[in-house]
Design a protein around this ligand. Structure first.
Ligand SMILES: [Mn+2]
Length: 319
């Protein structure tokens, strides 16, 4: 592992702020130019051609060890040096685990060094300003790590970073990636219009809430959605999934947001949930997806993706 990523225990506040600042600048520039190698950007939406190789990482929740294992497993320096390869994070970098600061630093370090290869998406844990909840322990971690003096300044920078992260990634004709789920009150084409006409990064708050907080479920009463047991968001049904897949001309939804044994499949094999951390969820398993262009071209549903899900235990044995 690269030196800068190894000595995270000695990370100082200036290094941390510097990397966060750089990534804010990169993300703002990406939105202004509307361009990333192999794709185009429209505010919170990225549309990519099928990458040469694609890695997808789900929720990390401050689990630096799992993240480092994944990076070793994919030989990240080699992988990311080719900007036709993409490493996409589905969000939820922080809270629950012990190393939120280390995970945040690492993903930002990667985005700064390999801006065209790394895509950082936004999870509900990166939207505590809009949708506050009690398990948001990042402010405490900032104090633990850097002391009281910097908490406000760092927190405000991190909030700017979070608001610049991507909400939906489309891999042309194949995958739609989102942290939580699909909105029930708006359709994909209207979402696209909303994104295209948005003057700022803000989109309708209800839509943002659903993208970050929704979960796929079988809805019993034949409706398109039901109330969620979470504080925010809804359960969306298979009809919503089908509608969004048709309109976005993709075949599978890839999302995070729920602990599972590495992955789980919903909605007639049209939705796969990916989970990539273990520290805060010892009863569950961590995994990531690694798939080449050729392989991705043969994918038509979530079951087809399963051979390309790599569980963390396999990675640990291989190191
Ligand atoms: Mn989540």
């Amino acid at each position: 592992m690269n030196n800068n990523l190894q000595k995270l225990d000695f990370l100082n506040v200036y290094e941390f702020i510097e990397v966060i600042d750089s990534v804010i600048n990169i993300l703002q520039k990406e939105r202004i130019t509307g361009h990333i190698v192999g794709g185009k950007i429209n505010s919170g939406l990225i549309e990519l051609d099928i990458p040469k190789n694609l890695v997808i990482v789900g929720d990390l929740h401050g689990d630096l060890r799992s993240l480092q294992h994944i990076l070793k497993e994919i030989d990240y320096e080699n992988f990311l040096s080719n900007h036709n390869n993409k490493l996409i994070f589905l969000g939820d970098y922080v809270d629950r685990g012990n190393h939120s600061i280390g995970v945040l630093y690492t993903v930002c370090y990667l985005k700064r060094k390999y801006p065209n290869s790394v895509i950082l998406m936004r999870g509900n844990h990166e939207a505590h300003m809009e949708f506050p909840f009690s398990s948001h322990d990042l402010p405490l971690k900032i104090i633990e790590y850097f002391g009281d003096n910097y908490e406000k300044a760092i927190h405000s920078k991190i909030s700017t970073l979070f608001q610049s992260l991507y909400l939906v990634t489309i891999i042309q004709n194949k995958l739609l990636l989102v942290h939580g789920g699909l909105p029930t009150e708006i359709e994909y084409n209207d979402f696209k219009k909303l994104i295209e006409t948005a003057q700022s990064y803000n989109i309708h708050k209800k839509t943002l809430e659903e993208l970050l907080w929704n979960d796929p479920r079988t809805i019993q009463n034949g409706d398109n959605w039901e109330k969620s047991r979470r504080m925010y968001g809804k359960h969306f049904g298979i009809n919503i999934t089908k509608k969004w897949l048709t309109m976005s001309r993709t075949e599978v939804i890839v999302r995070g947001h729920e602990p599972c044994h590495g992955f789980k499949i919903d909605h007639d094999d049209k939705v796969i949930t990916l989970f990539s951390c273990k520290e805060a969820y010892p009863k569950f398993e961590a995994a990531h997806i690694f798939i080449s262009k050729k392989q991705l071209e043969t994918i038509h549903n979530a079951v087809d993706l399963v051979p390309f899900v790599r569980k963390l235990d396999c990675c640990i044995k291989n190191i």
